[in-house]
Write a protein that binds this ligand. Sequence first.
Ligand code: ADP
Ligand code: MG
Length: 318
Amino acid sequence: MSQLNGKTAVVALGGNAITQPGIEDTIANQFAHTRKSLDGIVELARAGYKLVITHGNGPQVGNAILRVELARGQAPILPLGVCVADTEGGMGYMIEQSLQNRLKKEGLERPVVTIITQIIIDPEDPQIAKPSKYIGQFYSEDEAKRFAKERGWIVKKDANRGWRRVVPSPQPLSVVASETIKALVNQGTVVISAGGGGIPVYIDDKGNLEGLDAVIDKDLASAVLGNEIQAEILIILTSVDRVAVNFGRLDEQWLNQVTVSEMEQYVKDGHFPPGSMGPKIQAALQFLKGGGKEVIITSFNNAGKALDGTAGTRIVPD
Ligand code: ADP
Ligand code: MG
């Protein structure tokens, strides 16, 4: 195995690591995108980082739910938690195999494993009574309201694009397998975990784990996992090279290095919308306050350069 440098990095892969807008998400295409997204991870392995990889699953879990709906009456219904677990497995397999082949080619062989990850949430989380995360297909208002009645869904209008199912997206509190993940990571194994944000579970009155129909934001899950395994660095790879203030406006300004308190001010000033940059910044702040040393937000292409400080947005403690 290649030399380790003693530091642990959590790398969160955004949606476009695996599926890209406007390109059909066949498995062949998903594999091809995955292979291309690994450059940054390979650079981190070369630099000797101990590694955890997390990833989103929006399109994949949407497809999983669609298959369940299309098979209604012919194959058993799968609850959302099982769909998340299934996509963690399938996507983990694609990332795991692609990375194993790539590390071998680069002469950086290390064990790579995927862990299906349950994440504890609070059953009293306010999101559970007021779900807000859109998932799956778009429907007409009539269809959506019919499914709400027949299937017990909660549905809402998603801007001007149509009606969709909404599910809770509670705050992740703790990763059930974090000690195991930490042990594996410390011995040099690359661990793929918290895929799709992990499977939300809560602890019931009897102290047992119980699943629920919800999803967890993958960036927040990555921060919680990073803190629990005492990672130094969280790297969030997404579709933009840097974080901006006044994003998309004429006075847009790309950020190089920002401290926690500067970032908190930008959050207060409303620069980061919910559902895209908002949770990444929240995850960054949470990770740094929980003991993390550095967060980098950048694009897949710039991951290597971001490490030596020539690309990306770096967020550091005050
Ligand atoms: P991922 O799948 O990687 O989680 P998201 O689409 O959820 O990606 O979030 C990344 C997107 O956030 C970017 O593509 C960009 O369009 C958007 N975004 C919103 N606000 C900002 C901002 N202030 N700076 C940079 N990007 C932003
Ligand atoms: Mg996202």
